[in-house]
Design a protein around this ligand. Structure first.
Ligand SMILES: C[S@@+](CC[C@H](N)C(=O)[O-])C[C@H]1O[C@@H](n2cnc3c(N)ncnc32)[C@H](O)[C@@H]1O
Length: 341
């Protein structure tokens, strides 16, 4: 007889499935690194043939493909030829819905840092700095290959959200400044939707060339500048400061300091639009909870609740004017100057 509190087999199986998540993540990551999905674009192929093209060991590649087939990413036919499933199609570089950049990023430097999560949990310090000896964005600047993968991953991640945010009411706004705006998808979408509005992207030098290409493709290059700058230094004046996925990479002190920095050059009647996950106050499941661990491991940042954002704005001399959620999991958190009595 089992005791009422003993875990059932299925609970143990569920936990075991979670525990091999790292193996599956690496299998998908290596498939992405080898460019297997692009090689399978035109139809089924034998693993030996693929091994020659991608420079892999034939038997080892066969075993990788077999494992991926077991998880629905490729399919094997009776002749042991492998083809893409609908999931596998998403690893093609030419698919507009491609998650290839995410597969490349999450299984690389990010995976290594997460392997040292215990260091962060024991010390409260970023495992990334412990492992790589420098802070996250400094590392990306010095390792252009990793920087490019990270930036492309962020870009792909932000593009679907951009439409929802670009629809926000910006009546009367002349200048939007995107602070740490990456490749500028969000700013491009805002400007594209509003022909009279001008934009400035303030970013680190490594992303600026690609951002200019994004603005040109969106047809907004004549109204949008991409400037090298520091979010901690004086910013160009604006009616709206957009900060997407920037504050979560910063400690409370740094985040409040960046908000106060935006406030200094905010034009009268202007506002800050912070785009982040908002953690539910009751620890209910949220995509922000694992992201919070990533921030713990990667930098000095954290995900925040609505009350945390209200505190940050208050510390920066602003007020939380409202929070609007989007279907993508992100919320639009609006900050304004305090109301005068
Ligand atoms: C997580 S990414 C978010 C990018 C973009 N906002 C998005 O959501 O797609 C954070 C961005 O902030 C930029 N950043 C970090 N520290 C910065 C600094 N001190 N000055 C300017 N940009 C900075 C990084 O280069 C990076 O592109």
């Amino acid at each position: 007889m089992t005791s009422p509190s003993a875990p059932t087999t299925s609970a143990a199986q569920t936990l075991a499935r979670l525990l091999v998540g790292n193996q599956l993540q690496q299998a998908v990551h290596v498939a992405a690194r080898l460019g297997l999905a692009d090689q399978l674009r035109d139809g089924p192929r034998m693993s030996a043939e693929l091994a020659k093209v991608v420079g892999a060991h034939p038997d080892a590649l066969h075993r990788l493909l077999r494992a991926l087939a077991g998880h629905g990413i490729v399919a094997a036919d009776d002749e042991q030829r492998f083809s893409l499933t609908p999931l596998g199609e998403l690893l093609r570089s030419d698919d507009p819905r491609s998650v290839l950049p995410f597969a490349l990023w999450s299984g690389g430097v990010s995976y290594q840092a997460f392997g040292a999560l215990e260091h962060s949990v024991r010390t409260g310090e970023p495992a990334f700095e412990h492992l790589f000896g420098q802070e996250f964005f400094g590392y990306l600047a010095e390792h252009p290959e990793s920087g490019a993968v990270f930036d492309e991953m962020m870009s792909r991640h932000t593009a679907p959200v951009a439409g929802a945010i670009a629809g926000h009411d910006l009546a009367g706004v002349e200048v939007v400044v995107d602070v740490g705006g990456g490749h500028g998808e969000l700013l491009a979408a805002i400007l594209h939707a509003r022909p009279g509005v001008r934009g400035v992207l303030v970013e680190q030098p490594r992303v600026l060339d690609e951002a200019r290409r994004v603005f040109a493709r969106a047809g907004v290059a004549d109204r949008c500048e991409a400037v090298a700058g520091d979010i901690h230094r004086p910013l160009p004046p604006g009616d709206v400061y957009v900060l997407k996925s920037v504050l979560h990479g910063l400690s409370d002190e740094e985040a409040a300091e960046v908000l106060a920095n935006c406030r200094r050059t905010l034009r009268p009647g202007g506002r800050l639009l912070v785009v982040e996950f908002v953690l539910p106050p009751d620890n209910a499941p949220s995509p922000g909870l694992l992201m919070d661990l990533l921030m713990l491991v990667g930098c000095h940042g954290r995900e925040r609740t609505a009350a945390d954002f209200a505190d940050l704005f208050r510390t920066a001399g602003l007020r939380l004017a409202g929070i609007t959620s989007t279907k993508h999991g992100y919320s639009l958190i609006e900050g304004r100057e305090p109301e005068r009595c």
